[in-house]
Design a protein around this ligand. Structure first.
Ligand code: NI
Length: 182
């Protein structure tokens, strides 16, 4: 078990695009994936992208059965997604609160496509191809943004809907649905 240090906003690695996972990389993937799950679970997260632990490869993990801090969130299957592709299925969007392990203690309101199709492979090279919506779709989009060096704060359209969790909790409108987590 290895809990890795999660890079925080301001670290230039979080702004860099990641490169595709190659055939050679698959040999090393097992350890990286284990470390990522250890790190994500240690921090009560629901998703993590490889660049967040300093590995600039197109690899994300996400999923949870239940999260004690977000009892209303619908379970998302535990997934290892490599070289992902995302396409919106229609023009519907959804606006909800996001957080990120790289921006601890904060939340912001982000509008994203509500229904998406995503594809890629798992750590064994098996094809993944799913159509999802809601929170599941949001988590996948948030994590895959990391692979393009994009943090959710760049997608906030009204900066009044961004702040520290403790302060936001005093606001009537705040109804958290996390992405990575704290
Ligand atoms: Ni994140």
């Amino acid at each position: 078990m290895a809990i890795k240090n999660v890079l925080r906003i301001g670290d230039p690695a979080l702004n860099m695009p990641s490169s595709p996972v190659t055939e050679d990389d698959y040999k090393k993937i097992h350890t990286i994936v284990e470390d990522m799950f250890d790190t994500m679970k240690h921090l009560d997260g629901v998703g993590l992208a490889a660049p967040q632990i300093g590995i600039l490869k197109r690899l994300v993990i996400f999923g949870f059965d239940s999260n004690p801090r977000y009892p209303d969130a619908i379970a998302v299957p535990e997934t290892i997604l490599i070289n992902p592709l995302i396409e919106p299925l229609d023009s519907s969007t959804d606006t909800d609160w996001e957080g990120c392990l790289s921006i601890p203690g904060m939340r912001g309101l982000v509008e994203r496509p509500n229904r998406i199709r995503y594809s890629g492979t798992d750590q064994h090279g098996n094809k993944i191809d799913r159509e999802v919506d809601g929170f599941h779709a949001r988590v996948v989009q948030h994590e895959c943004d990391h692979l393009d060096g994009i943090l959710y704060v760049e997608r906030i359209t009204d900066m009044k809907s961004f702040g520290f969790i403790e302060e936001l909790e005093q606001s009537q409108q705040y109804n958290p649905a996390p992405c990575d987590s704290r």
